[in-house]
Design a protein around this ligand. Structure first.
Ligand code: TRP
Length: 450
């Protein structure tokens, strides 16, 4: 069919794969969305709900994505159709749609981050951070930053798995961890930061079985763990080694949770230390882009340094995630159409950049896209992955997992979670999200001018 092409790219090392998967998971979602939702959703009670969902739904599903990816050695679009028949082909397409959709607005937020990082380093973030954010977040400035960020993402993905994706993660992820831990330690020394921990983690146990909180936690878990749209499946398709994929999934999920939790330990003490709590009542975005730099500002010279570190870290987190989103689309084009990687990266990236233009000019459109693609469709995708691996692919998937995981009881438990635990929970969440998602659809087409 296609001209014979070079052998398929793969990871150079096992650590490279894990780091890239953690790089995909750790992103903007960890840094602001987690701590914000936790503080609104019962504090420690939310964290507990979140952890239960990660353990019972997130890790089994991540294992499934890894297993199908390594089994297929191919882009999910082709692989699913080949393995499960044409009736399942829609799922691969859903993955590509999610990749395009999420990256289109994710890159806009990453663009704000880029602008903040540059201005922080140049020491040029104005004192009125609210007005600054308004200027930077929608309009020509936002568009330019979005385009630059997309160009960087395209550049890395075009260089391939080993030389682009793996190397970028190898450099950025350790730096990110280092900066984040340093920031958390520093935040703990703030004289009046204590109330921030309380606000973040006060255990409000009434929220424990609140369905709204469960739906929020599920949406957050999917987004944060990069689940439900084949991103980790695509990464695993470049794996050759026969490691225990359930263990790898657990490592990635715990690292992702650790970073999210740690980020909250930076954000809230800073905000409370400087008495900026009223600014976070409004929005999650406000907490990160308005209150935080305002707090850093009050620190004088030290603040100039700390805000640079913070936004550079955030930029790295966003970039390693964006890479994985673009990779899903690029892998589909390379494997499906036989295009060269560079051409595929450029074409897919340019299309996504264009798709993001409305989000760069209107934050309501951005929010609506996040609700539809970044929340609802990921859960839908996750439900189908659970059914696919739990039923039609069960035998092959179990055999693939068995290569690295000897315990038969553990594999059985995995299938039981996929068949009987994840689907009812996800179905419940889908029903719960239907109404806000419909409202977002109306916003998108209403605000788009019809
Ligand atoms: N997990 C990333 C974050 O928390 C975002 C992300 C990257 C993502 N790849 C994904 C979300 C795939 C869903 C699916 O910011």
């Amino acid at each position: 069919m296609h001209a014979p092409s070079a052998p398929r790219d793969s990871w150079a090392t096992r650590a490279g794969f894990i780091l890239a998967a953690v790089g995909s998971a750790v992103g903007l979602g960890n840094m602001w969305r987690f701590s914000y939702i936790a503080s609104q959703g019962g504090g420690a009670a939310f964290v507990l709900t979140y952890l239960v969902l990660v353990a019972f739904v997130g890790i089994p599903l991540m294992t499934s994505e890894f297993v199908v990816g390594r089994l297929a050695q191919q882009s999910p679009v082709l692989a699913i159709k080949r393995m499960a028949g044409p009736r399942w082909a829609f799922l691969g397409w859903l993955f590509v749609i999610c990749g395009l959709g999420i990256l289109s607005y994710y890159s806009v937020i990453a663009g704000w981050t880029l602008r903040y990082a540059i201005d922080a380093v140049r020491n040029a973030i104005p004192a009125d951070t609210g007005a600054y954010f308004g200027e930077v977040s929608a309009g020509p400035d936002a568009l330019i930053a979005h385009l630059i960020f997309m160009a960087a993402t395209i550049f890395i993905v075009a260089r391939g798995v080993k030389g682009g994706v793996e190397r970028a993660n190898l450099i950025m992820m350790p730096l990110l961890f280092f900066i984040l831990v340093a920031l958390a330690v520093w935040a703990a020394t703030l004289p009046n930061g204590g109330a921030g921990y309380g606000y973040y983690l006060r255990p409000d146990l009434r929220e424990l079985l609140n369905p709204e909180i469960i739906a929020d936690a599920a949406g957050q878990a999917f987004f944060s763990l990069s689940l439900g749209m084949g991103a980790l499946m695509t990464y695993a398709s470049y794996l050759r080694s026969k490691e225990n994929l359930a263990r790898e999934a657990t490592t990635v999920a715990l690292a992702d949770f650790g970073v999210a939790f740690l980020a909250g330990l930076v954000v809230f003490p800073v905000i409370f230390n400087f008495g900026l709590n009223d600014q976070i009542a409004e929005s999650a975005v406000g907490a990160l882009f308005i209150a935080l730099p305002a707090g850093f500002e009050q620190l004088g010279r030290l603040g100039d340094f700390v805000d640079s570190a913070f936004f550079v870290m955030l930029l790295f987190a966003a970039l390693t995630s964006a890479i994985s989103l673009l990779e899903v689309v690029v892998a589909a084009v390379v494997d499906g159409l036989g295009w060269a990687r560079k051409k595929a990266a450029l074409a897919a990236g340019a299309f996504i950049a264009l798709l993001g233009v409305p989000s760069a000019f209107n934050t309501d459109i951005l929010g609506a896209a996040d609700q539809i693609v970044g929340n609802f469709l990921l859960i839908v995708g996750g439900l189908f992955i659970a059914i696919l691996v739990g039923f039609p692919l069960r035998e092959r998937a179990e055999a693939e997992l068995a290569m690295g995981m000897r315990s038969e009881a553990a594999r059985r438990a995995w299938i039981v979670f996929l068949r009987f635990v994840a689907p009812p929970i996800l179905l419940g969440v889908i029903i719960f999200l239907a109404e806000p998602t419909w409202a977002a659809v109306l916003t998108l087409f209403g605000a788009g001018g019809g």
